[in-house]
Design a protein around this ligand. Structure first.
Ligand SMILES: NCc1[nH]cc(CCC(=O)O)c1CC(=O)O
Length: 310
């Protein structure tokens, strides 16, 4: 038996709470008798929901308070959608476990229309993501892409309120929250390339907490780790934030890893896309190499137009 009890810092959104409960359940199943409790917190990202994520200051807004709680010893671990975690972690923090990935694809959600291709001209599609907006506009320049913020439940409520004809969300979040039947179309990744790390839940903790690392080991998935090593290295070279319309998705099969990535102008008029393959033990280098290639192929100009130095 352990005398130590673990505290999981988590945001209060239904998706964040689901993920934290999931990790708690996995920890308790792997280590019967271990005490685990949730410490729900509000983050700057949650308080600034009126603004677009890009103008408000990016994905770090959702994780900083949780990291401070861990660094101050008020919490032991935090559970994140890895999509929301900046590539650079604060000193002293590490990723203690990356869970097996769920569906990485984006979802087309609509009450009246069965797929993106069925939307009438001029239909209003909600998304706050530059990445989704860029790819949507390239696929369907006739649509009106409008901002949509809030947690998953809020976004669905805005759709039901007829503020949009359709919205785009991640399949993984909808599946986790029991909303799978609301998905009308799961976009092939070749059509709507997902965000870096979409669909992967990760655990962040202090790097020096060896006991916790041992407890987390049974939760870790090596395929997710490989995938994220390539995708996050790719993203890091391209500015590493969600102010940038960057997408990337890696898959490993045996000893081979394949990474597809893109950088797009927000208006969808330009998308620079590429693909790279190589040995899994060079995952990070492959991500970096693909980023360099896209920068040479025009991504550098797109990013410079957005004020991002690369
Ligand atoms: N930015 C919010 C966010 N962060 C992670 C997910 C989905 C779950 C995941 O990708 O693991 C979502 C919602 C969405 O984009 O629909």
């Amino acid at each position: 038996m352990n005398s130590r009890s673990l505290r999981i810092a988590t945001r209060r959104s239904p998706l964040a709470l689901w993920q934290a409960e999931h990790v708690k359940a996995r920890l308790c199943a792997a280590h019967p008798g271990l005490g685990v409790e949730l410490l729900p917190m509000s983050t700057a990202g949650d308080r600034l929901l009126g603004q677009s994520l890009a103008t408000a200051g990016g994905k770090g807004l959702f994780v900083k308070e949780l990291e401070v709680a861990m660094l101050e010893g008020r919490a032991d671990l935090a559970v994140h959608s890895m999509k929301d975690v900046p590539v650079q972690l604060p000193d002293g923090m590490t990723l203690g476990a990356l869970l097996a990935g769920e569906d990485p694809r984006d979802a087309f959600v609509s009450n009246a229309h069965e797929s993106l291709d069925h939307l009438p001209r001029g239909a209003i599609v909600g998304t706050a993501s530059l990445r989704r907006a860029s790819q949507l506009r390239a696929l369907r320049p006739d649509l009106a892409v409008e901002p949509l913020r809030g947690n998953v439940n809020t976004r669905l409520a805005k759709l039901d309120n007829r503020e949009y004809d359709a919205i785009i969300l991640a399949c993984a979040g909808l599946d986790r929250l029991g909303f799978s039947e609301r998905i009308r179309e799961r976009f092939a990744v070749t059509r709507m390339l997902p965000a870096i790390a979409q669909g992967v839940v990760g655990v962040e903790c202090r790097a020096d907490d060896q006991q916790l690392h041992d407890w987390l080991a049974p939760l870790h998935d090596e395929h997710s780790a490989l995938r994220l090593r390539a995708e996050r290295a790719f993203n890091a070279r391209l500015g590493g934030a969600c102010q940038v319309p960057v997408a990337g998705h890696a898959t490993a099969s045996g000893e081979r890893l394949r990474l597809v990535g893109l950088v797009g102008a927000a208006d969808g008029t330009q998308i620079v896309r590429g693909e790279i393959g190589g040995p899994v033990d060079e995952a990070a280098q492959l991500g970096l190499n693909l980023a360099e290639r896209l920068l040479d192929d025009g991504a550098a100009a797109i990013l410079r137009n957005l004020g991002i130095e690369v």
